[in-house]
Design a protein around this ligand. Structure first.
Ligand code: GTQ
Length: 347
């Protein structure tokens, strides 16, 4: 009694028989289904922009933005081949739009964010208003809002796309449709949303109608200026430097309900404390060079590089001569809404 029995063959035969009835034994899967700590197939990885850029530009000779709808190279996590995912819940890609091109208008339940990587003068239109892009700008496309991109400028423009595609796939709640017009009609002047909702003012009769921020463009010049002012103070966080989150100014909550977005300034000569959290996070380098150690592996980064830190893996930043500015995004708001999010500072 109560001793494990050596009946492998009988068990395997039993599993095969119950398998035909749509059943499978929990006891063979228990530790994978209910792990003591997160067990992710997501691996740490860094994409060097200089190495990726030639292939991205080559895509511009093979297909137009119009035909592609979105000309994007997906940044797929090497630990999750075939998933089109950079973490279990997030998608990332580099989108290229050449001078004169239009990426046609559509909408979908997936939320998108953009962080402008290279070039300027292209635009994203959201809900009838265009936002002109400059390197480092952060732009959101809330769920189910019409959006199209165009490049009336002289130079190619590249941005990092972050979407909650895997999350929406997980919930099986994806819907999409094309706009009847290739470019949606412009109904509001550029800067309208910023003036209406992003100037520490709100229209007197404002009532929130959606989870995402009505401010959809967060120019880098503004966030850089804020970080610059913070950098003049004395203390920085021992793990993050100065890390700020992009907010919905009408709620004080995250700019998007499904994705948290952050920007941080790290001083030169920083040797950061290790930190981990359950939201696997995608980082985009805006300025400066440095290194990140993720679960003991070192990745050197420079401007425009992208890297991913999987859930619960300790990471720390090390910089030498450069001040560094990093953008990042994760599924933190979802985990927090579900009371699942955890973090740990490892001194
Ligand atoms: O710009 O609308 O990278 O719909 C993937 C899906 C970008 C976009 C992506 C999209 C978009």
């Amino acid at each position: 009694m109560n001793q494990p029995v050596d009946n492998r063959a009988a068990r395997d035969d039993y599993y095969r028989r119950i398998g035909t009835q749509g059943m499978t034994p929990l006891w063979e899967a228990m530790s994978a289904l209910v792990p003591e700590t997160p067990r992710t197939p997501c691996v740490p990885h860094l994409w060097h922009y200089d190495a990726v850029r030639p292939a991205l530009m080559e895509s511009g000779t093979l297909i137009t933005a119009r035909e592609a709808v979105r000309r994007v190279l997906i940044l797929e996590n090497p630990g999750m081949p075939g998933s089109s995912s950079i973490t279990q819940s997030l998608y990332a890609g580099l989108q290229l739009i050449l001078p004169g091109e239009v990426a046609p208008s559509h909408r979908h339940t997936q939320t998108a964010l953009r962080l402008i990587v290279e070039g300027e003068g292209a635009y994203t239109a959201v809900d009838g208003e265009r936002a002109t892009m400059h390197a480092g700008d952060f732009i959101i496309t809330p769920s189910w809002t019409w959006h199209d991109h165009g490049n009336p400028a002289e130079v190619p423009v590249v941005w990092l796309d972050g979407l909650d595609i895997p999350l929406v796939r997980f919930f099986d709640c994806g819907f999409a449709e094309n706009h009847p017009a290739e470019s949606q009609p412009v109904t509001r002047p550029e800067g309208d949303a910023q003036a209406r909702y992003g100037a520490n003012l709100l229209p007197v009769d404002f009532r929130s109608t959606r989870g995402a921020s009505p401010v959809f463009a967060y120019p880098y010049a503004r966030s850089r200026e804020a970080l610059h002012r913070l950098s003049k103070g004395q203390e920085v966080d021992a793990a993050h430097g100065h890390r700020m989150q992009f907010i919905n100014p009408t709620t004080g909550g995250p700019a998007m309900p499904t994705m948290g977005a952050f920007v941080q300034w790290i001083p030169a000569g920083f040797s950061g404390n290790a930190y981990r959290s359950t939201d696997g996070t995608v980082f985009q380098v805006i300025e400066g060079r440095g290194a990140v150690e993720i679960a003991g592996r070192r990745f050197d980064f420079g401007p425009r590089d992208t890297f991913v830190v999987p859930s619960w893996m300790p990471y720390r930043f090390v910089t030498q001569g450069d001040e560094t500015v990093l953008f990042s995004f994760s599924d933190r708001p979802v985990q927090q809404a579900l009371h699942l999010w955890r973090e740990e500072r490892i001194a």
